[in-house]
Design a protein around this ligand. Sequence first.
Ligand code: ATP
Length: 254
Amino acid sequence: MTTSGTKIKINNLSLWLQNQAIIKAVTMAIPTQQVTALIGPSGCGKSSLLRCMNRMNELLTDSRIEGDILLDDKTVYGKKIDVSRLRCRVGMVFQKPNPFPKSIYENVAFGLRLQGEKNRRVLDDRVETSLKQAALWGEVKHRLHDSALNLSSGQQQRLVIARAIALQPEVLLLDEPASALDPISTLKIEELIYELKSNYTIVIVTHNMQQAARVSDYTAFMNAGELIEWGETHTIFTQPLHQQTEDYITGRFG
Ligand SMILES: Nc1ncnc2c1ncn2[C@@H]1O[C@H](COP(=O)(O)OP(=O)(O)OP(=O)(O)O)[C@@H](O)[C@H]1O
């Protein structure tokens, strides 16, 4: 894994869903092993842009894109791309924790088992490492075989992050991962994001300006499907180039 440079390059990307233009000619870079926040008013296309990065948009009916997304300088939209493999490299965590109705252990081991891994020691090791990286191990190590559905929602969200990490992705896409959580669980997720960026490139969609300012190195502000500006978080928050960015950040609209 490289520690500098660009992990994902979005080139003049446009997305239409049911013939409606949702993303309009967006060009930006996602720096390697940094946290990039996508902010903007509700419906501006943040989640849609995130989903384009691992081709989740294709699961929606009537979706069309133009432009390109490069992962490590190679297109993710080529005809020969193995999309399952792409989604292992670019993992995703959604707003609402969505553990499977299985044990804590089996949730984390799920993707590995799908890949055909049967060696118990490999599975045990990966489950433990992933839960440790997701800052959940200490809370669940004595009840790995209990149902994941008995965990609190904050624990479930960290479990879902552990499930994504278990596949050793290079990029983690987090779609408002803390919006359904209480302040303490939110803080844990934010600390976790900070820890994870030494190993992963992270893109996070958030409505919470303080959260974007706290956790991200880079911020992109979108409005009505367009990328208005992006750059270092400190610069975007203190010296935005555009009035609408300033208005949004200071709460004057959105
Ligand atoms: N499956 C779909 N079919 C048609 N339009 C869709 C679909 N999913 C989303 N959209 C539309 O795309 C636009 C962007 O939605 P998106 O969820 O990407 O925005 P967002 O910025 O993430 O919003 P929020 O902050 O409210 O989650 C919205 O107008 C939405 O109605």
